[in-house]
Every structure is written in structure tokens, then in C-alpha cells.
Design a protein around this ligand. Structure first.
Ligand code: AMP
Ligand code: MG
Length: 413
């Protein structure tokens, strides 16, 4: 390849893309809407957890000191002077030498300092027999033992999963300030494209890229929408993009970025001067457009072949979405796997092949290729669960050698 050294490397292009991604102002969301997002405030609790001393068991509240001499041969019999239930509105009290029946989570009565579990007693109603000494504090959950009032609960940058949302609810926060999901708008370009649900006439192609890219963006954590199809028409494309600028944090187009006479995305956006079209040393996905429109809204112009669009998304767009979400690890994790078959690659380009990753009995991974290198192979793409990354310096993968694999597992699987 004569012009290899004029191509931009994948890493160079990724660095340029990430350098062009700013940040989005934090917003306040209710807890379930904040799931999966990163906290953008330091949360301090103004209530202790637990909120009051309460019983860890169903049992009898007692004064430990009263039970010192109790034994199975010589059980202590205490009068039971009442019940304390969870949700009791006021704190009950009891004098020395008495017991109260208490439920899990109910407030420890004033005067008591321990609970003996129900099953270790005769379960009496008017009187209870206790066959062993009860230790001070036994089966008592102390107010603030989990988190004291005034203590930090979660710090800015914390990822909000189920446990963190539970903590926020427990301390009485129903809304939190988070880094929002980037609003991603996806446009498919191409005069041959038709909407799904219509039988294509000769020469027509059903738009699949917008489903591919919008769902991949959602999987990466974005709030993604399809804007549908725009034909290869200069002014229709510019009008559509312009009408969406206030609604998007990232715009993505597919198609129209190659060298063809009708590659309208490239022609129309090049003229604006804020979107750069370049060739990256990768396969698929060589033609790439990236830049900004309007008030510095990032726009990715991905190539139209579905596999090219997927690979471009994974390599460039996913890290950009994750950067906007405030995540630390921007790139997909990779694993090393044993290639179960050989493959050829091209010197000077990083090749991303579709693969099927298997977990071996010994805990390692192996990988086979699915379909060929063709970037139009949608069914093969759907059968794959990973991309096999063949480096710029490798022209051949031999069966049995170790290769780098990028698993494409859904975030929530
Ligand atoms: P382009 O990048 O516009 O030259 O398109 C390259 C190839 O991808 C062509 O065969 C297109 O028909 C196909 N293609 C482009 N956009 C889409 C799309 N949204 N869905 C499915 N195939 C597409
Ligand atoms: Mg096209």
C-alpha cells in the first residue's frame, strides 16, 4: 500500500476525537433515572444509619445485667410487660427485672440494652424463661453504626448502581446531581435507503445502521435516538443537522464519507470547515469524519457499511460517550485468546475481524473468525460476540497463536 504512511493511526484519531469532546453540565435526577450514571456531588448524610437503636431479631428486650445468673438448669423468669413493633411511633420504656417482646427493626425500649432471640426462650406471652446470660448490646443495631450523621455517604464520581441508590434512599435523598446521559442523535444517509417495514424495490437497501448505532450508543450509556434517513442531498443533510443542533450532545451520521461522487456527507460538511474528513489506518473503517457543528456539538461521520459503522462506533464513538459520562476507562477491555484458525491481514493497518469468543475449560479464551473481512456482512456481524484485533505490524495470524480480542458483550448481560 503506497500511501500507508499518510494514513492517521487509530490511536492518533482517537486522541483527536477525545480532545474534541468537552463535558455536559451536571443535572439533578430522581434515583432510578440516575442508575448507571456518575455522581457529580459529594453527598453527606444528615441522618444516622440506622436511625435509632433497634432490634436485630424477633425476641425479648431485656437488661443484660438482670440475666447474669440465668442458666438452662436455673432459667430466669421475667414478666413480659408489652410488645414493641416495627414502626412504633414512640419509644417505650421498661423497668429493671422486666422484659418486652420485640420485633426485628423495632426500637429498643428505654431501660433495655439487649435482645434475646425468640427461639432461645420459651416464647412466653405473660412471662418469659431465659436460660442463659444475655450480653450487653446483643442483637441491638446501634444508631449510626453504619453511617454517622454528618458523615460522607458517597463522593463525586461514584457510580450509581443498585447498592448506591439504596444508600441514597436510606439517607433520604430522592434526587441527586449526576453527569447526564449524552443525547445522541443518529442519522442514516444514502438515497438507496428505505425505512424498515417496507419491502425494498430493486436497488433499495433497508436502513439498519441507525438501529445498530443508536442501540450501541444506548448500550454505551447514551440517551440515543434515530432521526431516520436523509438522502444524498446536500441541503437536506445540512437542514436536518442544523434543526437538531439544540437537541444533541453528539451527532452521528453513517454513509457518504468515501471518495464517491455522491458522498454527500463528506462534500457538504467539508465545506463548513469545522468537520475534518480523514483516512485512518484501520480495516474496516478507513474513512472517518469528525468535528463540530453549531455551538461545538461533536459530530461523527461514520462510513456506511454496517460492519464499518460498528467498528468505528466501538473504536471512536463509545470512548467519546464514556468520556461525557465521566467514566475513567474509556475503551473496551480486551482479552487475550488463542486463535482457533489462521487469518491474513494487511501491513500498516489495524484490522478488526468479527469473531466468536469461547471460554475454555481451563479458564482461558479461544476465538474463531465469523465471516470474512467484508464490511457488508451483517449476518456474520450478528453471529459474532467480539472483534479480533490484528495489529498494524501483523500480516498473519497463525492458528494456535495468541490474539487480542475485544468482547462486544452488552453492558447489562
Ligand atoms: P457509503 O458509505 O454511503 O458509500 O455506503 C457503503 C455501503 O453501505 C453501501 O453499500 C450502502 O448501501 C451501505 N449502507 C449505507 N448506509 C446504510 C444503512 N444505513 N444501512 C444499511 N446499509 C447502509
Ligand atoms: Mg452512500
Amino acid at each position: 500500500m503506497a500511501d500507508t504512511d499518510r494514513l492517521r493511526t487509530v490511536d492518533e484519531h482517537l486522541a483527536i476525537v477525545l480532545g474534541g469532546i468537552g463535558s455536559i453540565d451536571p443535572i439533578e435526577l430522581t434515583l432510578l433515572d440516575a442508575q448507571g450514571l456518575l455522581l457529580a456531588e459529594n453527598v453527606v448524610t444528615d441522618v444516622p444509619l440506622p436511625g435509632f437503636d433497634n432490634s436485630a431479631m424477633d425476641g425479648y428486650a431485656v437488661r443484660a445485667v438482670d440475666t447474669r445468673a440465668a442458666s438452662s438448669d436455673n432459667p430466669l423468669i421475667l414478666p413480659v410487660v408489652g410488645d414493641v413493633v416495627a414502626g412504633a411511633k414512640s419509644r417505650s420504656g421498661m423497668g429493671p427485672g422486666l422484659a418486652m417482646r420485640i420485633m426485628t427493626g423495632a426500637p429498643i425500649p428505654a431501660g433495655a440494652d439487649a435482645v434475646i432471640p425468640l427461639e432461645e426462650t420459651d416464647q412466653g406471652v405473660a412471662r418469659v424463661a431465659i436460660g442463659r446470660p444475655v450480653h450487653t448490646g446483643e442483637c441491638v443495631r446501634r444508631a449510626g453504626e453504619d453511617l454517622a450523621a454528618g458523615a460522607p455517604a458517597l463522593g463525586a464520581g461514584a457510580a450509581l448502581g443498585p447498592q448506591q441508590l439504596a444508600l441514597l434512599a436510606a439517607i433520604g435523598r430522592d434526587r441527586v446531581v449526576v453527569r447526564p446521559r449524552p443525547r445522541v442523535l443518529v442519522i442514516s444517509t444514502g438515497s438507496e435507503l428505505i425505512e424498515v417495514g417496507h419491502r425494498p424495490s430493486f436497488g433499495e437497501v433497508t436502513d439498519s445502521n441507525s438501529y445498530l448505532v443508536a442501540s450501541a450508543a444506548k448500550d454505551a450509556g447514551a440517551d440515543a435516538r434515530r432521526l431516520g434517513i436523509v438522502p444524498d442531498d446536500h441541503s437536506k443533510l445540512l437542514d436536518t443537522l442544523e434543526s437538531q443542533l439544540l437537541r444533541a450532545d453528539i451527532l452521528i451520521t453513517t454513509g457518504g464519507v468515501s471518495m464517491g461522487a455522491f458522498d454527500v456527507v463528506k462534500q457538504a460538511l467539508s465545506e463548513l470547515g469545522t468537520v475534518e474528513f480523514t483516512r485512518v489506518a484501520m480495516q474496516p473503517g478507513k474513512p472517518q469524519g469528525f468535528g463540530h457543528l453549531g455551538d461545538r456539538i461533536p459530530i461523527f461521520c461514520l462510513p456506511g457499511n454496517p460492519v464499518s459503522a460498528l467498528v468505528s462506533f466501538e473504536v471512536f464513538v463509545r470512548p467519546a460517550i464514556r468520556k461525557l459520562l465521566g467514566k475513567r476507562n474509556l475503551q473496551r477491555a480486551t482479552v487475550q485468546a488463542k486463535a482457533l484458525e489462521g487469518a491474513q491481514s494487511v501491513a500498516g493497518v489495524r484490522q478488526y475481524r468479527r469473531g466468536l469468543l469461547h471460554r475454555e475449560a481451563n479458564g482461558g479464551y479461544s476465538v474463531s473468525f465469523v465471516g470474512g473481512a467484508g464490511s457488508h456482512l451483517i449476518a456474520a456481524m450478528a453471529a459474532a460476540n467480539c472483534l479480533v484485533v490484528i495489529g498494524e505490524d501483523d500480516t498473519e495470524v497463525t492458528a494456535g497463536s495468541r490474539v487480542t480480542v475485544m468482547p462486544l458483550l452488552l453492558a447489562n448481560r
